[in-house]
Design a binder for this molecule. Structure first.
Ligand code: ADP
Ligand code: MG
Length: 202
């Protein structure tokens, strides 16, 4: 992981999240309070603004820096949860990123602990957990496979009943809509994979 590649990753994720803010807002309008797009846009505008200095850090420190930026700027339920994901990933990952699958598993565990939640409750965990499994399986085609896994997992939240987060207040009326946090997680996975595939690291 070079600073140049890390910089491209940070900009790609930030640009994609910002570009999809209206879609995330619309999803959150259906089963939440309609702020997920604005929350994520605010956070990733900071990630974008700080990208150059973040990319100059070793990988663990860079991920922790992103986690801190998200905790401070995103707000809502998703800010602390995405913040925890990146902070824990930074804490667990080796400087060369070689233990990504194991570090990601620990990070998803940290999100569950923070959210007092588990997969099956129609949250971001319903994307993060299948991504964790695919990462553990490994394989040279991961950058091509992971976005498909993440997209399918986000789609699979549509028929789910929400039992955690704001959407759970709707009970049965949460059924039939994609979870906003599941969608934003799939977006982030797709951005990372697109850059890595282009960088021929897959
Ligand atoms: P808020 O719900 O406070 O308005 P956001 O709209 O930014 O915050 O984020 C909502 C998303 O956060 C949900 O779509 C869901 O994916 C995720 N989420 C909320 N609560 C939890 C939780 N306890 N565990 C895991 N994910 C959660
Ligand atoms: Mg919301």
């Amino acid at each position: 992981m070079t600073p140049a590649l890390l910089h491209r990753l940070l900009l790609a994720v930030a640009d994609d999240v910002i570009a999809h803010a209206d879609e995330l807002t619309a999803l959150d309008q259906a089963i939440g309070d309609g702020d997920h797009g604005v929350n994520m846009k605010r956070g990733f505008e900071t990630v974008r603004a700080e990208a150059e200095s973040t990319a100059g850090k070793p990988l663990p420190e860079a991920l922790k820096a992103v986690g801190t930026q998200l905790v401070l700027k995103v707000g809502g339920a998703s800010g602390p949860l995405y913040g925890t994901l990146f902070l824990a990933l930074g804490k667990e990952i080796a400087p060369d990123g070689a233990n990504l699958a194991a570090a990601f598993a620990k990070a998803v565990e940290a999100v569950q602990a923070r959210g007092k939640s588990h997969p099956g409750q129609k949250t971001m965990l319903d994307v993060l957990t299948p991504v964790e499994r695919a990462l553990a399986e490994g394989g040279a085609d991961l950058p091509r496979r992971l976005p498909k896994v993440a997209d399918a997992a986000a789609e699979a939240t549509i028929p789910m009943l929400a039992t955690r987060g704001r959407a759970s207040f709707l009970g049965e009326r949460s059924v039939g809509h994609m979870d906003p946090g599941a969608r934003s997680s799939a977006l982030i996975v797709a951005s990372v994979c697109r850059v890595l595939e282009g960088a021929n690291l897959g």
